[in-house]
Design a protein around this ligand. Sequence first.
Ligand code: SF4
Length: 380
Amino acid sequence: MTAWEIKGWCPGALRPMQSGDGLVVRIRPPLCRLTPAQAKAIARAAETHGNGIIDLSARANLQLRGVTETSHPKLIDDLRTQGLIDKDIETETLRNLIVTPFRDAETGALAATLTAAFAQMPRLPGKFGFALDTGPLPVLTQASADIRVERSDEGYLILRPEGHLLGQPVADLARDAIAMAEWFVASGGISNGRGRMAALIAKGIVPPGCTLAPAEPLPTPIPGLHPDGALLALAFGQMRAETLHALADLNHEIRPTPWRMLLIVGATELPAIPGLITDPTDPILRITACTGAPACPQALGDTRNLARQLAPHLAASQTLHISGCAKGCAHPTAAETTLTATGQGYDLIRNGTAHDTPSLCNLTPEAILDHLKAPNAPHL
Ligand code: SF4
């Protein structure tokens, strides 16, 4: 039994989720890319029908916040004209696909094939997703997914179930991806409508024919210029609609990534737009902070204001996770240092998750700051 609510599904555009600041409407950009016109439409919709705040999720989706029951239908109408809305909730829920932002024409074609295959997939849990990671080298290894399309060391296309080191060679991507999803269902991967591939693999249940290892992944990319364009970071994965408007005005395709960064395809210089981080050493990038209070109804304290206060005082290379409650949405695995809001302050946890046993309890923001500033203080 946990003290926080586990929803087991992700919000969509057609099925938004209630939050502390209104409805959260999640847009899944088709093929994980946006034309300038689509980006403009999302920015306009965020201003007109929401509170102007846009989140970039860890699954490379865009979330509009502060939408109301009244404004939601108009928002859907506006975005449907740009091809950003699925025909129904079931189609939207199944189309859970992250595509590598670094892609060639073949990856684009594979993304279209996989997207078309979703219509034939069995009914899968809401959080079950696919990662198409077929660029020059894998980069999505840390992104949440259940079935990964990758390349083997020798360059063969493989389907790898999350949690297993080896994948199956692919003969027909659509057919083989559907078959692996059906295998997951038939093997008992779903219980009470929920289930993830890694949990099934952890029980020692593995699909047949997994013989090929994926190529060695690249480290997570950093902001800056890359061969495919400019990678721009957003503090805590959040921006204002004005920032997206300004990016759309650059007139390049925009590819959302799972790293709280947007790839501006083909850009050869870093744009100077407020709200974007282009310096990979910016300490705010070393802090992970969930939505927190007041926007999350489960939060027991602020997260992001505290993060901005603490960032200048972090030691070089020090990382920090700040969580609005013990659920730890923004960093479900262990972090070097975690501060978890308790309602009476912040618990400090070393090398653990937001709900692990703290070493210090109910610290005030001032006490945390003093601790950081104190000469010779041990790092948080
Ligand atoms: S971890 Fe953060 S975002 Fe998740 S429920 Fe708690 S306060 Fe909300």
